[in-house]
Design a protein around this ligand. Structure first.
Ligand SMILES: [Zn+2]
Length: 287
């Protein structure tokens, strides 16, 4: 690859182009599916791919590939072997390990992956004392360049933990939000208040509607049961639940999901104030 390529952002009106390709396990980006199994793939459009990497029982790490620069980033790896296998399949060089929060099921493999690949670890400066040693200690508004033209933008999203951050890549657009927002749910409030989580979800709600939400767990089926319990007449939620049931029955991830879909279906994202969100969270904890 050499020379300057004109970046043509292709806008598709058909929403299916922003759904993940379940044949290959990748999101469609700019209407194209990029398979990990394929050889390096070149184009004169921006070439970002998003790949869920299942870990432990229900965690997802996320592999982001920029095929033009051949760089990779991984978000929240807790197991080394699945991460290395995903990297082997995708090829390229791991440049960044991004951490959303300090829980073991989001960080456990970070130090070993740095040791093995030379990738740099990024995480919240506020939580530096309980994260692996950080090469990039981040604050809200910081931008981490990635690949040829992309970047990760840091958004403080406390609530689940006090130092939780999310990473927004506008060139996807992708959001890596750890245990803040789940499809049809949100994280438990271990260290934050309903007010904290409400503010965090409001920030996410203002991102572009076609943002692909890449969160930390496959909790969607259980979340759908609760969402239907509190919002039984929501036709979009009913369709999403049927889709998720079908995807999970065939072994496919229910993620990523668009923000537009979540704004129409997620009771926590739709809560009108912190009090309402707090009540929902308490109901869900007992559900
Ligand atoms: Zn967590």
């Amino acid at each position: 690859m050499s020379g300057s390529f004109s970046i043509r952002r292709i806008r598709f009106t058909n929403p299916i182009c922003h759904r993940p390709c379940y044949r290959h396990g990748f999101a469609h980006v700019y209407g194209l599916c990029i398979s990990a199994a394929s050889q390096p793939w070149y184009t004169n459009t921006m070439t970002l791919a998003l790949h869920p990497v299942p870990m432990r029982t229900d965690n997802y790490a996320w592999l982001v590939s920029d095929t033009e620069s051949d760089l990779r980033a991984i978000i929240d790896p807790c197991e080394e072997q699945p991460a290395l296998e995903a990297l082997r399949q995708s090829g390229g060089h791991l440049a960044l390990i991004l951490l959303t929060h300090h829980h073991d099921d989001h960080i456990a493999a970070a130090a070993a992956l740095r040791e093995r690949t030379g990738a740099l670890i990024a995480g919240a400066a506020a939580d530096a004392d309980r994260l692996p040693r950080l090469d990039h200690a981040l604050h809200e508004g910081d931008r981490l360049p990635f690949g040829t033209l992309a970047e990760f933008q840091v958004i403080n999203t406390p609530g689940h933990t006090r130092g939780h951050i999310s990473y927004f890549m506008p060139q996807g657009p992708f959001l890596f939000c750890g245990d803040t927002l789940f499809s049809l749910g949100c994280g438990r409030l271990f260290e934050g208040t309903p007010e904290d989580m409400f503010k965090s979800l409001r920030k996410i709600a203002t991102l572009p509607a076609d943002t692909l939400i890449a969160c930390g767990h496959e909790y969607t089926s259980a979340n759908a049961r609760f969402a239907l319990h509190v919002d039984p007449d929501n036709a979009v939620l009913q369709r999403r639940t049927a889709d998720v049931t079908r995807m999970r029955a065939s072994g496919q991830p229910s993620l990523p999901v668009t923000l537009a879909q979540e704004l129409a279906t997620n009771p926590f994202l739709r809560a009108s104030n912190p009090h309402a969100l707090g009540e929902l969270r308490q109901m869900k904890d007992r559900f």
